[in-house]
Design a protein around this ligand. Structure first.
Ligand SMILES: *Cc1c(COP(=O)(O)O)cnc(C)c1O
Length: 417
């Protein structure tokens, strides 16, 4: 082991604390130290190369070290890294808000509130939804409806919407009261008094990510939009994972021509470069915050609309156009389906394949974590969710790289019968 690697691992063991990580086991093992990226590839501090099989926790879109994103950030850095958005505007935030709104039909989602990550994007939608009702003569509508096994982030408000017991149970009684439903039928069966006191319903559209990559039935989103309109409930779409091309279209809601009242974006917004989030909403919601000063939305973070993050996000949107990312993604999605079909026929250990666009979950019969560890030796990095291996590389991944990724997983499955 190189001297630097040793030093970084020792400092990590002595001082660092990792997310969702049993620290005892972590400090008893030897961490991989990632030092470099290029396209779909990552290098560790020992010089070994791996495919980025989960887009660095679902964030990376156009590959690492992309010249256009690098240049945009460097250019911005030469001007200013950060300035306050509280009381001031900044050029990149203005441009980005305009570009994001232009991705939707005119007069639909026309306002953008910036924050830092997926959890805050959701947190912000929740607070807007509650304050909107207070300022629209419906203060009794302060509840939320979410789906079983949903994941919407880890800050306390967003976590209240989470339906995954092992993540949220400890904090349940400390969070907001949320009504959970399993599906559309359960939603339609809710008592009228619950519906009448609901501000908003929240869902991960098309596919639940943390729930082992489970797609929703086709038509679900359309039906939800209709149900929400009928009952005067706002629809919050959490596209933190599905946004920016993952599902094959720019946004998951475009598959069913649905416009939400709130749209939460983060992870892929900056191409996976920097923490930045956006909560988009309609003119109708926004208007309720006009008028008297105390109708203002009382929410914000110090790094709101960070210019470096906005510059990266703008550059990422450029790349979508310049590289025709979405057009070029379509054959790769088909190839992913074919490769995973072959994997399932070839390996008795594969129980189920679930795919939505360029997002896939490969459910194996046991020891998902051990399979992922073995896959490292065959050159791919990813994380399982229980026994479901996640395969969602950057959208820029080539068909050849995709084949390499699936081959590595196949070999890892053979190595661990
Ligand atoms: C990752 C994720 C979040 C939370 O985003 P963070 O940036 O990790 O706070 C929220 N919702 C969904 C659907 C996610 O996948």
């Amino acid at each position: 082991m190189r001297k630097d690697t040793r030093r970084w691992i020792d400092a990590d063991k002595a001082h660092c604390w990792h997310p969702f990580t049993p620290q005892q086991a972590w400090t008893e093992s030897e961490a991989l130290v990632l030092v470099r990226g290029e396209g779909s590839w990552l290098w560790d501090s020992e010089g070994r190369r791996y495919l980025d099989g989960n887009s660095s926790i679902w964030t990376n879109i156009h590959g690492h070290n992309h010249p256009h994103l690098n240049a945009a950030i460097t250019r911005q850095l030469g001007e200013i890294a950060h300035s306050s958005y509280l009381g001031f505007a900044n050029p990149r935030a203005s441009e980005l808000a305009e570009r994001l709104c232009a991705l939707f039909p005119p007069a639909t989602l026309e306002r953008v509130f910036f924050s830092d990550d997926g959890s805050t994007a959701v947190e912000c939608a929740m607070k807007m939804a509650i304050q909107f009702r207070q300022q629209s003569g419906e203060p009794e509508r302060d509840g939320f409806i979410a789906f079983d096994q949903a994941y919407h982030g880890d800050t306390l408000g967003a976590a209240s919407l989470g339906g995954v017991a092992r993540f949220q149970e400890r904090f349940r009684k400390h969070g907001l009261p949320v009504r959970f439903v399993a599906d559309l039928d359960a939603l339609r069966a809710l008592p009228a008094d619950i519906v009448a006191t609901t501000a908003a319903l929240v869902i991960e559209p098309l596919i639940q990510g943390v729930n082992e990559m489970r797609p929703w039935p086709a038509g679900m989103l359309r039906a939800l939009r209709t149900w929400c309109d009928t009952h005067g409930v706002h629809l919050i779409l959490d596209e933190v994972m599905t946004g920016f091309g993952r599902t094959g279209k720019m946004f998951a809601c475009q598959h069913e021509d649905v416009i939400p009242d709130f749209l939460c974006l983060a992870k892929g917004l900056t191409g996976g470069y920097l923490p930045l989030a956006a909560t988009m909403t309609t003119g109708r919601i926004y208007d309720a915050f006009l008028g008297e000063p105390d109708r203002a939305f009382y929410y914000g973070h110090s790094y709101t609309a960070n210019p470096l993050g906005c510059a990266a996000a703008l550059a990422s949107l450029d790349v979508f156009e310049q590289e025709q990312t979405l057009d070029r993604l379509q054959p790769k999605i088909a190839r992913m389906t074919a490769l995973l079909g072959e994997l399932k026929s070839a390996s008795p250990r594969v129980r189920d394949i679930r795919q939505c666009g360029f997002i896939a979950g490969i459910e194996v019969d046991h020891d998902g974590a051990a399979v992922c560890l073995a896959a490292r030796d065959h050159g791919i990095l990813t994380r399982p969710i229980r026994d479901t291996l996640v395969l969602m590389p950057p959208l820029s991944t080539t068909e050849e790289e995709l084949a390499t990724a699936v081959e590595a997983i196949a070999r890892a499955l053979e190595a661990r019968p």
